[in-house]
Design a protein around this ligand. Structure first.
Ligand code: 13P
Ligand code: SF4
Length: 382
């Protein structure tokens, strides 16, 4: 089994491709961890916040635009999205909502792959993002050329790719999945006897393999946020809160997942917090999620899972630096000026759309209780 490890130094501000010499002055179209932190917008004052929100409400109406926000972005961008008829959700529902909404402009607050997916699904809409340099360590760690070479080594495998990837990587895939449908898709493919090539998150891939028994080779990428949760520290915290339930995103390491009462996408974590009978929850995902968890569950207590031991350091400390780059002022600016527009080459977009459409058809069928066998058969390498 070949498992490529692309060496990514998230602290370097250059493209992460092996062989590239680090250069502080690079004008590479990505923004690495510490530069992302440096670009996190300052908190507006109460007066600035109110003025920015008013301006955004007016611009959304004038520009026939709707907000599509992820649960990890600043609470202001989550609340404003909902208040103005947009959505705050996981990455799967962001894609579906953007595709189906009649607005001519989508303002995506999240990371670049989310804006690209919106554009691929709605090539005729204008897709704006507060900061186009907001990326994702999984996307950075899976460059298209190396990924294509990996696929070429395994022509007998169906290529299943996580949403947190570039349009070019998606264009090489048979299937796209998010964490909310990955298990279902791989289970259905496995039932058809298909062997899987998975990329890029190694923890999610291992989790899928354990749960489905799939025959799988895996790319070895990781999310810098979820990779840092620590099982030993989590166990200590669980001892302090013996009645707490533990909610874990499957991008976390296996030993953290093993301690979970519920494992799933951001939406699944939200659903579990509402469903499970407990008053205290320990949450192993980006701490941006706590806003929605607390708003929807006022009587419950939510505690962040630990990312590092005593006196250890962490790069993300349970918050995604790229998600944190999204702010009200930039959102108002891009709506005002039209800057921050996502562009995807139309031909590439058409190819990348194929696996995304399959995912959306599959999940829609599953939701409506329809059989999914016909959707998965004949697609991929089996
Ligand atoms: P969800 O699809 O669960 O929202 O996850 C997206 C993501 O980037 C998690 O880190
Ligand atoms: Fe990517 Fe992790 Fe940030 Fe999600 S939290 S966007 S997987 S770096």
């Amino acid at each position: 089994m070949v498992s490529p490890v692309i060496a990514v130094d998230y602290e370097q501000p250059t493209l992460p491709y092996p062989g590239d010499a680090p250069s502080i002055d690079s004008d590479a179209p990505v923004c690495h961890t510490r530069h992302a932190w440096a670009r996190v917008p300052p908190e507006p004052t109460a007066a600035e916040r109110a003025a920015l929100k008013d301006r955004i409400r007016r611009l959304l109406a004038e520009r026939n635009a709707v907000m599509v926000s992820h649960y990890y972005v600043h609470p202001d961008l989550q609340d404003l999205a909902e208040e103005t008829g947009g959505i705050v959700s996981d990455s799967l529902e962001m894609a579906r909502f953007g595709r189906d909404h009649p607005a001519r402009t989508l303002v995506v607050s999240g990371v670049r792959f989310m804006g690209e997916t919106a554009k691929i699904l709605s090539p005729d809409k204008r897709v704006l993002m507060p900061d186009l340099d907001a990326t994702c360590s999984l996307d950075l760690g899976c460059p298209e050329a190396e990924f294509s070479a990996f696929c070429d080594q395994h022509p007998d495998r169906t290529v299943v790719v996580y949403a947190n990837t570039s349009a070019a990587v998606k264009a090489r895939a048979d299937w796209l999945v998010t964490s909310s449908c990955a298990l279902d898709v791989v289970r259905a493919l496995t039932a058809q006897g298909q062997k899987i090539l998975w990329a890029p998150d190694r923890h999610l891939g291992d989790y899928i393999r354990r749960e489905t028994g799939a025959d799988m080779v895996s790319w070895q990428g990781a999310c810098i946020v979820h990779d840092e949760f620590k099982a030993i520290e989590l166990e200590l915290l669980m001892k302090q809160h013996p009645d707490a339930k533990v909610l874990v995103h499957p991008e976390a390491p296996a030993d953290v997942i093993a301690l979970a009462d519920a494992v799933g996408s951001t939406s699944a974590i939200l659903a579990a917090a509402q469903r499970l009978e407990a008053s205290t929850f320990i949450v192993a995902t980006d701490n941006g999620m706590l806003h929605k968890l607390r708003t929807l569950n006022p009587g419950k207590t939510f505690i962040e899972a630990p990312t590092a031991g005593n006196s250890a350091t962490c790069k993300s400390c349970a918050h995604c630096p790229w998600m944190a780059m999204n702010g009200l002022a930039d959102l108002a600016r891009v709506l005002e000026t039209g800057a921050g527009e996502i562009q995807v080459d139309p031909a590439l977009g058409l190819r990348a759309r194929v696996p995304i459409d399959r995912m959306l058809a599959f999940t829609a069928a599953l939701k409506n209780g329809q059989p999914v066998g016909s959707i998965v058969s004949g697609i991929g390498a089996a």
